[in-house]
Ligand binder design. Structure first.
Ligand code: PLP
Length: 402
């Protein structure tokens, strides 16, 4: 008996029972309840550029208020194609290769729905962005996880890498795709050319695709390049590149994402996208054109701002007793919480919100087996410096309270 209805059959689908609500968004609710500084969910603490906001208001006034073409307005697709061709090095045709989606979240889901058949496996590096778990369940793919471990590399410092043998062992005749996320959430790993070449060679050998989530492509530090695996010639017909405007322009609520794919895949993705959403918000696509046409200075300033925050907040976290994994990109810091003596990351994360007034995300939510993340907690640093300093002041009190 549920809500007064006596049922003779399970009313919820089996799939819907296989995953929980988002741990990240759950932490946001907890932060709201306890009025804590929310460094859990990856919502930028900044506003979109004024001219982009103005363009959205103008577009609504000018009457762009009905459905657009399902896979995106011609002008927005044209702007995306120009950007992806020039900056990602993937030759992109706006009519054949671009699908505008409701955020990269929907872009990833529509892509997997378009390519997965029963029995297909997808390879996922872990720790991974929480959504990839439900994405595999909804699309019906079998996930095969490959660990990224912290390693000391003489040229690159302490970085997360995979073991090439483990990666090779993960591939099989059933591998439909490997999911990449560069720069990655939660650890800020930026895949380098040699790694992408190695992955590409396995994709070719096993006749597999790469589905790559590049939503943090404009937040990379220490002058590292962003390399899209889709720009490698051997991967041109084997790559689905997912990205969007949410993070680069601080507009997660606008729900503007896109998928770049060879035509034979784009057609399937567009159908999934159409019947799931009909289309992304029309007036905001108009404003998205203005965002994509911002000059180089915008991106330089973005990196400078985030890099300052990365340095500031990692130093403050260390003072407060956290061990930090310094990210190469994106705006998260994964930390080790072993010093604080809690038996479990979720218990610590909840205690931190209630007793200290700061929210982070339990590390276990980024692993297929929760025990792998038991000693970890992720913070985001897309906030103004005063907020980060206030959060750090509060975190300094942990040792007094335990
Ligand atoms: N991909 C990654 C790796 C993310 O971290 C996030 C948000 O935190 C998203 C996708 C969601 O992006 P969008 O707002 O475009 O759906």
């Amino acid at each position: 008996m549920r809500n007064g209805l006596s049922t003779s059959k399970p009313m919820l689908s089996h799939k819907s029972t296989l995953f929980t609500e988002s741990v990240i968004r759950g932490m946001t609710q907890l932060c709201n309840r306890y009025d804590a500084i929310n460094l859990s969910q990856g919502t930028p603490g900044f506003e979109p550029p004024d001219e982009v906001k103005e363009a959205a208001i103008d577009a609504i006034r000018e009457g762009y208020n009905q459905y657009s073409i399902t896979w995106g307005t011609p002008k927005f697709r044209e702007a995306i194609a120009q950007k992806v061709t020039a900056s990602n090095g993937i030759p992109t045709d706006p009519d054949q290769n671009v699908t505008v989606t409701c955020g990269s979240t929907e872009g990833m889901m529509s892509s997997l729905l378009a390519i997965i058949n029963p029995g297909d496996e997808i390879i996922i590096f872990e720790p991974f962005y929480e959504n990839y778990g439900p994405d595999t369940i909804i699309s019906g793919a079998k996930p095969i996880y490959v660990p990224l471990r912290e390693t000391h590399c003489p040229e690159r410092g302490d970085i997360f890498t995979y073991d090439p043998d483990e990666l090779r062992d993960a591939f099989s005749k059933n591998t439909k795709a490997i999911v990449l996320n560069t720069p990655s959430n939660p650890i800020g790993k930026v895949f380098i050319h040699d790694e992408l070449k190695e992955i590409a060679s396995l994709c070719c050998e096993y006749d597999s695709l790469a589905v790559t989530d590049e939503i943090y492509e404009h937040m990379i530090y220490d002058e590292r390049p962003h390399i899209s695996i889709g720009s490698l010639p051997e991967m041109r017909d084997r790559t689905i590149t997912v990205s969007g405007l949410s993070k680069t322009y601080s507009m997660t609520g606008w729900r503007l994402g896109y998928v770049i794919a060879p035509e034979y895949l784009a057609n399937g993705i567009r159908k999934m996208h159409d019947f799931l959403t009909v289309g992304a918000p029309h007036p905001l696509q108009q404003a998205g054109v203005v965002a994509l046409q911002l000059g180089e200075e915008y991106y330089r300033e973005l990196i400078r701002k985030y890099d300052d925050n990365r340095k500031l907040f990692s130093a403050l976290l260390r003072k407060a007793g956290f061990q930090c994994y310094i990210p190469e990109g994106a705006y998260y810091i994964m930390t080790d919480i072993s010093n604080f003596g809690f038996s479990d990351d979720t218990e610590f994360a909840h205690w931190l919100v209630k007793e200290i007034g700061v929210g982070g995300v339990p590390g276990s939510s980024f692993y297929s087996r929760p025990e792998l993340g038991k000693t970890k907690l992720r913070f985001m640093f897309s906030k103004d410096k005063a907020t980060l300093r206030e959060a750090a002041d509060r975190l300094m009190r942990i040792r007094e309270k335990i």
